[in-house]
Design a protein around this ligand. Structure first.
Ligand code: SF4
Length: 334
């Protein structure tokens, strides 16, 4: 436990300012994320140091395809989330708090950094599994020394965070994997208990700071798979973030409170075609056929990264991430 950053005190209550919910929390109660609590008039981060998952994962699993392809990243997560998506694939850890979840182990930031450095083929630390924004203080306490010791920091996030804490975090992060669930305020309200606008602002801010980011859109049957709506989202990405924005179109499977059928492969193919007409790098995730996985240079059309499952071969790139055929920069330069 640690005192939280970004809150104000108001007559025994506290108001958390970390994310756009701006929860006003009475004594002994928690915010909507279940992991920030008013204890004696102080806002406490209850999940500070509380780790539920530690794994060495392929970076492709985050998913990040244009950032150190084929490399391993030490991935850590806790419990809690500021969104309540009805289709959450990690709901067992995201929709719970520290007291209710039995499988947490306490680590210090130094222990996490040391574990990350133990494996020689590991290049960084990814904050993932639950929503890292609600692990803010612990994440920063790891990210700062990790960066000083030459590790890269990666965050996998829903992007629902206020501008001030985001701007404090950005200098320590090297890459962002961000969910954009739909370009619809209505969808965000109805299915995630949050709002769209702050997520769009987060995307624009990360772009403004020149950080590497990739976007994942989970396509849910009869929910956010409307072709017109999807095209509008692709247009927004193209116009606001640029044609080189990497988009992962991910297949949904029934889970948690959502029982629509799994997204059909034909629907994913259709949306892949639409997105590929506007954006240079579009991928399909969560399907077994392996299609929509490889990277082709948008300039000369050569295959530059071949992916089979989590086996990745970037033989079409030089060591600065440029296409060996035409010199186009494909990977992030960070
Ligand atoms: S981080 Fe948690 S407590 Fe703070 S405003 Fe968001 S949901 Fe509420």
């Amino acid at each position: 436990m640690k005192e939280a950053s970004y809150y104000i005190k108001q007559n025994g209550k506290v108001q958390c300012l970390l994310c756009p919910h701006k929860c006003i929390i009475s004594e002994g109660k928690r915010g909507s994320c279940r992991v920030r609590k008013n204890e004696n008039g102080q806002l406490i981060s209850e999940n500070y140091g509380q780790v539920c998952s530690l794994h060495f994962d392929p970076i492709e699993k985050k998913p990040l395809y244009h950032f150190f392809p084929g490399k391993t990243i030490f991935s850590v997560g806790s419990v809690g989330c500021n969104l309540h998506c009805k289709f959450c694939q990690n709901w067992e850890i995201s929709q719970t708090g520290v007291e209710e979840y039995p499988n947490l182990n306490y680590y210090t930031p130094e222990e996490i950094v040391n574990m990350a450095k133990e494996r020689k083929d590991n290049f960084g630390i990814a904050y993932t599994y639950n929503e890292p924004a609600v692990w803010y203080e612990f994440m920063l306490d790891i990210a700062k020394p990790a960066k000083l010791q030459g590790l890269k920091n990666v965050i996998v996030t829903n992007g629902y965070i206020n501008p001030e804490p985001l701007e404090e975090l950005i200098p320590y992060m090297d890459a962002f994997s961000i969910d954009l669930k739909a370009l619809s305020e209505d969808f965000y309200r109805k299915f995630t208990s949050s709002g769209l606008e702050p997520v769009l602002n987060t995307l624009k801010t990360i772009k403004k700071y020149g950080k590497h980011f990739e976007i994942t859109n989970l396509v849910i049957t009869d929910t956010n798979d409307n072709v017109k709506e999807f095209s509008r989202m692709v247009d927004w990405l193209t116009n606001e973030l640029g044609k080189d924005t990497v988009l992962h179109i991910s297949r949904y499977f029934p889970t948690y409170k959502m029982n629509k059928e799994a997204t059909s492969v034909s629907k994913l193919r259709q949306l892949f075609e639409i997105a590929s007409n506007k954006l240079n790098y579009v991928y399909i995730g969560n399907i077994r056929t392996g299609e929509g996985q490889n990277t082709f240079c948008h300039e000369c059309n050569h295959l530059v990264i071949n992916r089979v499952g989590y086996f990745t071969e970037a033989s079409g790139l030089d060591n600065t991430g440029k296409c060996i055929h035409c010199g186009k920069q494909i990977l992030s330069e960070s």
